[in-house]
Structures are given as C-alpha cells and as structure tokens.
Design a protein around this ligand. Structure first.
Ligand SMILES: Cc1ncc(COP(=O)(O)O)c(C=O)c1O
Length: 465
C-alpha cells in the first residue's frame, strides 16, 4: 500500500521547502500551504498524511502510465547499473538508439530523425533553432520569423517563452522577440458573437495566411502549434483547422511544428495525435512528458527526412547543428521511455484512452447544469471546466476570486487533485484510469464546484443559483 511508504516530518519538509524556488513562484506570498505528496500508485497519489487523492492532472499532464510502475523503475535501475552515462557527442548508446528507432516507427510520415532534449522547453527551443539552422544552410538568411498563437504555451527557455502566448505569464518577464508574431487563439467558446464555428475556422486560417503575407513569405520560417492548447485551457480548435493551417504553411514554404508535449503519448489515444486525430503530417513533432510518464526527464524533437535531406545535401562536407545538451539521450531516461512504451503495449493504454476518453468527456458534460460552469471542453483524456460570472455574459471569473484554487482545495478534501488554472480546472488523469475512477472524479468535482459557488455567493461575487 503506497501510503505506508510515507514516513516524513511534514513540518520539517515544509520548512526546508522554503529554500525551493518553485515554477511560477509568487515572491512575497508566504502562505506556503501546498499539499506535499509523498507517494503514488496507479491513478492515485498520497499526501504526506497518507490521504489518497485521485491524480486528476496526472502530475503535470505527464504520469500517463500511472504511478509506481515497477517495470519502468527496474529498467532504469538496470540501465544505471550497466551504464549510467556516456557523452552523447561521442558515443551512441543502445537505449538511445533503440528508442529513436521506436519513436520513428510510431511517428507519422517521414518523421524519422530524433533529437533528444531534457524537457519540452528545450525540445521546442531546439526545434526553433533547427529551423533557423535549416534556413541558414539553405541560404535563406531572411527566413527567421515564427508565428504562434495567443493562449499557446511552449515552455520556459527564452525562445520557447517568446513563442508562448499566455499574456499573464508575460507580466513581469521580458519575452518579446521582434521575429515572433501571434495570431488569434482558436478557442470556439470565445469566438465573436454571430460567427459560426465553421466561419471562425475560416477566419483563423485566413489570419494565418494574412500574417505570413504581411511579414513576407520569404521571412516566415515556422508555424508552431499545440494540436490542443493545453495550459491555455484545453482549447480544442474547430474541426479541420490544423489541416487547413498545414496547407497554408505548405503553400508558403513554412515549417509546421506540432508541439505534442501534452497531446502525445496516449493523451488522445494515440502515440501522436497529429495524424490520426488532426489529419496532419507536420515537419517536426515535439514530444516530452508522457514519453517517460514523468519517471525521469526526457524529450524528443522528431524531424522529417525531407528537412534533414535538404540540409544534408546543401553543404559540401556537412553543416554542424551546434545544439545539444549534456543529457541528450541520457541512457537511463531512454531506458525508462522504452519500458514506458512496453507498459503502454502490455496494458493497452492507448486503447483505454480511446475508450475512456469519450466517457470522461461525456461525464464532464454532466456538470453543465452548474450555473458557474460556462464551458466544458476537451478531447480524449484531457478536459477543462471554465468558470464564468454568468453563462450569458461568458465573462471569466478573474484571478482575484481564485476560483480554480478553491475548487481544487475542496476537491482535495474529498479525494481528488485538480489542476487549477485561474478560472479553470483541468483534468488529464493517468491513462490507466477506470470508469469508476472517472465517476468519482466527476462526483467530487460537482461537490467541489458547488461548495465554491456557495462561498462566492456568500462573499457577494455573484448569484449562482
Ligand atoms: C505544449 C507544451 N509544450 C512545452 C512545454 C514545456 O515542457 P517542459 O515543462 O517539460 O519544459 C509544456 C509544458 O507544460 C507544454 O504543455
């Protein structure tokens, strides 16, 4: 029983944790009341007091195979004993080579070339650098501009943050690059009044083409897009959007980068969602998170033969892509990823996600009667509830009301972890989740949201009944 593994002095850990600068740290906020997690098993984690919590966010959209898989841990252990590290500059290793071949076999089209990075951000950064390199080698030294979208999240290196479009994240940071341009978020819920979803898609696609023409097709190098915008609030673009955007990119010789850090590795029921779900074969796919189910950091950028061939044939004697990391293709991480893929196959996790994804979506939809819930959206095993002042105005409840965090707090008391995102709650559970666990998740969400509505009414924020 995983909770038996927890043996910690909670207060001591809290005190020591004051030394940790967490991601998105709010300096000056001394509340330090986050739940300390001590263990995990399957779709559950256990807090420091041994309380069991259904892992609604799957860690950070990453614990796809579930917690505590012995096969993955054993593979890491055996690899570390055999060879813990060797330089990826100088020496190929078996796990890195085997994983690259296996990733190429599950990636669409001619995406057969794997560059390893340490996480999603460094993989995105590497992809953008690769596109610049590619154009330099081909003698197109003007073709450097990148088009991204509002609400996109691509990472926290300077370059990956520069192509991220979540405006609140830019409040205190310098992320502006004159070579980065943003087009509208493809969020059907927030489309202009009187516009159908089909018309909205056409407008978005036209906007991409207009932006390419405005900057100059000779200057636009890449379009980067998450198939479903994850941290932006699980935004599912209108049907046909990606295929139409790819067509525009092809017309103007713009590289299409599909950021599948979240949508890959089973979240939508497939190794990669680009082709089977969205009907596109991009030029580059970014993969991270579920690649190792979060057991250890690893990411991959998978590049098409077409791009690699063009580069290879352009410079006599070769062109060096001077980009890499000490831990590129780390043997222990690659061994974890291979064992993770074995677990996916032995447990039928892709099939489970394909079956239970629609079930989770339909169960989440049952919360639509709650007055505070404006939109429920998602696909596969990723979903989002957006809370609003009223269903008619669709005005989001802003950060001051911390509605996502309040729902999370109540849900934790009832046995469910939620990922709060300002006025939204995000769900991306491990792919081993069962129908009963989904039922529990939705039941607890209903109660957590109801309690939050009562609080907000008491505080005079609105009337939700
Ligand atoms: C779509 C997407 N791309 C890139 C990243 C960055 O990945 P990492 O945090 O592993 O650097 C994330 C992280 O959430 C993401 O959701």
């Amino acid at each position: 029983m995983a909770s038996n593994l927890i043996d910690m002095d909670l207060e001591a850990v809290r005190k020591m944790d004051a030394h940790v600068v967490h991601p998105w740290e709010s300096f000056g906020d001394t509340s330090n009341n986050k739940t300390i997690i001590g263990a995990g098993h399957g779709a559950y984690v256990y807090d420091a007091e041994g309380n069991r919590l259904l892992d609604g966010p799957g860690g950070m959209w990453c614990v796809n195979a579930g917690h505590g898989r012995k096969e993955i841990v054993t593979a890491m252990n055996e690899q570390a004993m055999r060879l813990s590290y060797t330089s990826p500059w100088s020496h190929p290793t078996e796990p890195a080579a085997r994983l690259a071949e296996r990733l190429a076999s599950v990636a669409p089209g001619d995406l057969n070339n794997v560059f390893y990075a340490t996480g999603g951000s460094t993989a995105v950064d590497s992809a953008l650098r690769f596109v610049m390199f590619y154009n330099n080698v081909l003698g197109r030294d003007q073709k450097k501009h990148i088009i991204s979208r509002e609400d996109a999240y691509h990472g926290s290196t300077f370059l990956s943050a520069a192509v991220s479009g979540k405006s609140r994240d830019k409040n205190w940071l310098d992320t502006r690059l004159d070579t980065v341009h943003f087009i509208s978020s493809p969020n059907p819920y927030r489309r202009p009044d009187g516009v159908t979803v089909d018309q909205f898609r056409e407008k978005l696609v036209l906007e991409l083409e207009d932006k390419i023409l405005e900057v100059g097709a000779n200057k636009v190098a890449a379009f980067i897009a998450e198939p479903i915008l994850a941290s932006g609030g699980v935004i599912v673009p209108p049907e046909g959007y990606h295929a139409a955007c790819l067509e525009v990119c092809r017309r103007h010789n713009v590289v299409y980068i599909s950021d599948e850090v979240v949508t890959g590795f089973g979240r939508l029921g497939h190794w990669y969602a680009s082709e089977p779900v969205f009907d596109i074969t991009p030029d580059i796919i970014i993969s991270a998170k579920g690649l190792t189910s979060g057991y250890v950091p690893l990411a991959a950028m998978i590049i098409s033969d077409r791009l690699i061939d063009e580069v290879s044939q352009s410079v006599e004697g070769g062109a060096v892509f001077s980009n890499g990391f000490t831990y590129s293709g780390h043997p222990v991480a690659c061994a974890a990823a291979l064992a993770n893929m074995d677990v996916f196959e032995s447990d039928g996790l892709l099939e489970n996600a394909r079956t239970l994804g629609p079930y989770m979506q339909s169960q989440l939809q049952s919360l639509a009667d709650l007055p505070i819930v404006g939109d429920i959206r998602g696909r596969g095993l990723m979903g989002c509830l957006e809370c609003v002042v009223s269903k008619e105005s669709k005005q989001p409840l802003d950060l001051d009301y911390a509605v996502g965090s309040r729902i999370d707090k109540y849900c934790q008391q009832l046995g469910l972890l939620v990922r709060p995102l300002i006025n939204m709650c995000v769900m991306s559970p491990p792919l081993c989740i069962t129908t009963e666990q989904i039922d529990d998740m939705v039941k607890i969400l209903r109660e957590g949201i109801s309690r939050t509505m009562d609080d907000l009414e008491r505080e005079g924020v609105g009337r939700f009944s």
